[in-house]
Design a protein around this ligand. Structure first.
Ligand SMILES: Cc1cc2nc3c(=O)[nH]c(=O)nc-3n(C[C@H](O)[C@H](O)[C@H](O)COP(=O)(O)O)c2cc1C
Length: 232
């Protein structure tokens, strides 16, 4: 991260590494503790009929070279079903207090299983249980039924609950494996726009684009970025 990346203006000569700028902005939002989830973004997917839908998710890894980021979710959720049918997605990060917005468009693919395993293993047991307990995006008749389902699945995993599903009777917590229906989504950037709030709505805005070509199940080969300043 350099000072220029965190200045309140984009340089006249646009940098060739916008993903590093985005990374620096996410890191600053995190270190400055600007909001409860500084790594939150809105992710939009498109259904088979062309209906867009959007929801907030958390960015857990941002990899400026070669240029993708990773979110974790249920692979049977609406968003995953949609992006497996149409890999074109877009994402928006916004930090009001920093006056910055990042828009990314690109292609989504599943993350390698080893990466999902490693991240799942790093989570605390309550989050691990949540991944097993909820059939994300599917209907359920009541909150009580959801809690009963989570408890039942937790017991099958060897958890001994106290009251409800938030406390355990024993400190001896069994190892919880990653559910096969839960893991990472890599979002490879094909375009990125950086936006900085300006006085009198004279904002700074620039768009970078590049070609990306899928080279493997999880990866793309990428061309260099071309940047263009946009009117606000
Ligand atoms: C601050 C915040 C963070 C969230 N983080 C995630 C996340 O990382 N992964 C996830 O699957 N859902 C996350 N959610 C829930 C999603 O917004 C959404 O309800 C869920 O993923 C189901 O979306 P879908 O039915 O469109 O697939 C988060 C919600 C909020 C408000």
């Amino acid at each position: 991260m350099n000072d220029q990346m965190l200045a309140d203006r984009l340089p006249d000569e646009l940098p060739g590494d916008p993903m590093h700028w985005a990374d620096a902005w996410i890191k600053e939002a995190t270190s400055a503790n600007v909001q409860k989830n500084p790594n939150a973004l809105t992710l939009a997917t498109v259904s088979a009929t062309g209906q867009p839908s959007a929801r907030v998710v958390l960015c857990k890894h941002f990899v400026p070279d070669p240029g993708y980021f990773v979110v974790y979710t249920n692979y049977e959720s609406r968003k995953t079903r949609e992006l497996l049918g149409n890999a074109n997605v877009c994402a928006v990060f916004h930090w009001d207090s920093l006056g910055r917005q990042i828009r990314i468009e690109g292609k989504a693919v599943l993350a390698p299983e080893s990466e999902s395993d490693a991240y799942f293993a790093s989570r605390e047991w309550g989050s691990q249980l949540g991944a097993w307990g909820s059939d994300q995006s599917r209907p359920i008749e009541s909150r009580a039924a959801l809690l009963a389902q989570i408890r039942e699945r937790g017991e099958l995993l060897g958890l001994e609950f106290g009251d409800g599903t938030g406390t355990l009777n024993s400190d001896d917590i069994p190892e919880i494996p990653r559910p096969p229906h839960w893991g990472g989504i890599r979002i490879w950037a094909r375009s990125i726009e950086l936006w900085i709030n300006g006085v009198d709505r004279i904002h700074d805005r620039a768009l970078w684009q590049r070609e990306i070509v899928q080279a493997s199940d999880h990866g793309f080969s990428v061309a260099p970025w071309t940047g263009t300043r946009l009117q606000p």
